[in-house]
Design a protein around this ligand. Structure first.
Ligand SMILES: Nc1ncnc2c1ncn2[C@@H]1O[C@H](COP(=O)(O)OP(=O)(O)OP(=O)(O)O)[C@@H](O)[C@H]1O
Length: 510
């Protein structure tokens, strides 16, 4: 331990009712390091960091920052001390511009137009400096998930920080964006800043960190230097057992066509063309992957298939029936499950309980309702069963889903959608925010669904996720399907070329 660490967390405790989120956690962060924090879903990473950035108050213990014992009353208080955090879930106001979001709550200091100009200039300069590609006048709700993440990162830099905490920032980024972010972290350290990085992706953690701490059950169980460990050992420290990085899978001939997309065209919410004549079939007993750099129409394709975005032309046929233009509830009722990209927008209702969230699409159906009355006993039993099977870390089924850690919210969405006995499962970013132990479980579950004859369309920017479970992979670029490949790691170059829109070169490489 260094004599005078930059940040020292000493025996912090934090409870939420009966849940112990921090159980006497201690940690030291050195100045100028990239310190990664690993741990299973619900291990207490976000809560610990929220205490450092003034969002949550510890019950006990001490935080010593730059040699001073500190107690921040609010995130703004922490920002004043140059500590900033980028959260897992966006905290931006959707209908405001990027610049308006940055000056929100700054009060009278920014009352004249020339100040707005200055703000715009500063955003442009930072965006250029760190290659973040953020426009100050863009309306937040028009931006993709990845773009909004970059807006969040730039916001913290805009306010000026010495300590930057990034809570799973790469969960929503493409490989290219991730590379950029990892090198940004390096640049920040070169500028004298310190970074705490929370991630479930061990390869990223191994690439950028100086030191890595592993949390379990509200405590730090180990801190290691990056050169002294490897991904397998880290996985074992996190989960407490060996984690399989490759899943066994039996080849199986696919069955009948379950979902057929015919020449589908639709526009993004901005009105610009997003999906341009996509055709594909998904058969019973197969997992079809859609690879692509985010922003190439995958979001709109999944929203259009699930009835959340209007279709301009073309058809979606499920089990032989045209479902184009039906509303989401009608589509859901036809054995169509959807694990969405943005779980807060399309997956769950945060203030509602776990139980209410598990029956969102079926609250008026048997066995959850009889004679117009909710059958709370059955709903409770069903939810408890899902919680147990998918190991959703929670107090009970009656707490609001907002109180769950991000990965546990995702596990509940996956559990609910699989429990609806679907014929077709549309997944956009399966493992978003899920720890590697849970990822292994969820992927095995997807393979079980495939083997039991379900048709699965898996949209993902994570090539590893696609390689691990898909039977075939198609590539989307500029709203079109450019080609199809088997899930063969040897053909990674070809896949990369297709993802970059190079059809001819990809054909040569193949
Ligand atoms: N506001 C809250 N009310 C009740 N419980 C909470 C609240 N915030 C967090 N918790 C609980 O504290 C525990 C730790 O949560 P935390 O979000 O820190 O986990 P995490 O390690 O960041 O997980 P993940 O990898 O899924 O993001 C969890 O059991 C969570 O449900």
């Amino acid at each position: 331990m260094s004599a005078k660490p930059f940040l020292r967390i000493d025996n912090i405790r934090k409870r939420f009712g009966p849940i112990i989120a921090s159980d006497g956690v201690s940690l030291e962060i050195e100045e100028g390091e990239i310190h990664s924090l690993l741990g299973e879903n619900g291990a207490g990473k976000s809560v610990l960091m929220s205490m450092i950035c003034g969002m949550v108050r510890p019950d006990e213990g001490e935080i010593v920052y730059k040699g001073q014992s500190v107690r921040f009353a609010s995130p703004r208080d922490a920002i004043r001390q140059r500590i900033g955090m980028v959260h897992q879930h966006f905290m931006l106001v959707p209908n405001l511009t990027v610049a308006e979001n940055y000056i929100l709550g700054q009060g009278s200091a920014l009352s004249v137009i020339s100040d707005i100009d200055k703000v715009h200039r500063k955003i442009r300069a930072l965006s250029e400096r760190y290659a973040l590609d953020v426009r100050p006048d863009a309306i937040v709700e028009d931006l993709s998930v990845g773009e909004q993440q970059r807006v969040e990162i730039l916001k913290v830099l805009f306010h000026g920080i010495d300590l930057l905490i990034l809570d799973e920032p790469t969960a929503v980024l493409t490989p290219q964006e991730t590379d950029r972010l990892l090198s940004l972290m390096g640049d920040l350290v070169k500028d004298g800043k310190t970074v705490v990085f929370i991630s479930h992706k061990l390869d990223e953690v191994m690439r950028v960190s100086n030191r890595i701490s592993v949390m379990r059950d509200g405590r730090v169980v180990n801190t290691v230097r990056v050169g002294e460990t490897n991904a397998r050992e880290l996985a074992r420290m996190m989960v407490g057992r060996e984690v399989r990085m490759e899943l066994p899978r039996s080849p199986k001939p696919p069955g009948r066509i379950v979902l057929s997309v015919e020449n589908l065209t639709c526009r993004a919410e901005t009105g610009l063309p997003a999906v341009r004549g996509v055709s594909l079939d998904v058969r019973a007993g197969e997992i079809v992957g859609i690879a692509g750099v985010s922003g190439n129409g995958q979001t709109e394709l999944s929203l259009a298939l699930s009835g959340l975005l209007p279709v301009d032309s073309g058809r979606v046929v499920l089990n032989g029936n045209d479902i184009t233009g039906l509303d989401p509830a009608e589509i859901n009722a036809r054995r169509f499950s959807h694990i969405p990209e943005d779980r807060h927008k399309h997956g769950i209702v945060l203030p509602l309980s776990l139980s209410e969230n598990t029956i969102l699409q079926r609250y008026d159906q048997k066995p959850f309702a009889t004679g117009g009355m909710l059958n709370r006993k059955v709903i409770g039993e069903h939810t408890r069963d899902l919680i147990k099977r998918f190991r959703v870390k929670s107090r009970d089924e009656n707490q609001p889903i907002a109180a769950l850690s991000g990965g546990n919210q995702q596990k509940l969405v996956v559990a609910r959608e699989l429990a609806r006995d679907p014929d077709f499962i549309l997944v956009n970013q399966l493992a978003r925010g899920i720890d590697i132990g849970a990822m292994e479980f969820v992927m095995e579950e997807m393979l079980r669904q495939r083997d039991s004859g379900r048709a699965i369309l898996l949209i993902s920017t994570e090539l590893e996720e696609l390689f691990a479970i898909c039977d075939r992979i198609v590539v989307m670029f500029h709203g079109e399907i450019l080609g199809e490949l088997p899930p063969d790691r040897a053909r990674l170059d070809e896949l990369g070329l297709l993802m970059a829109g190079n059809k001819e070169q990809a054909a040569l490489a193949g």
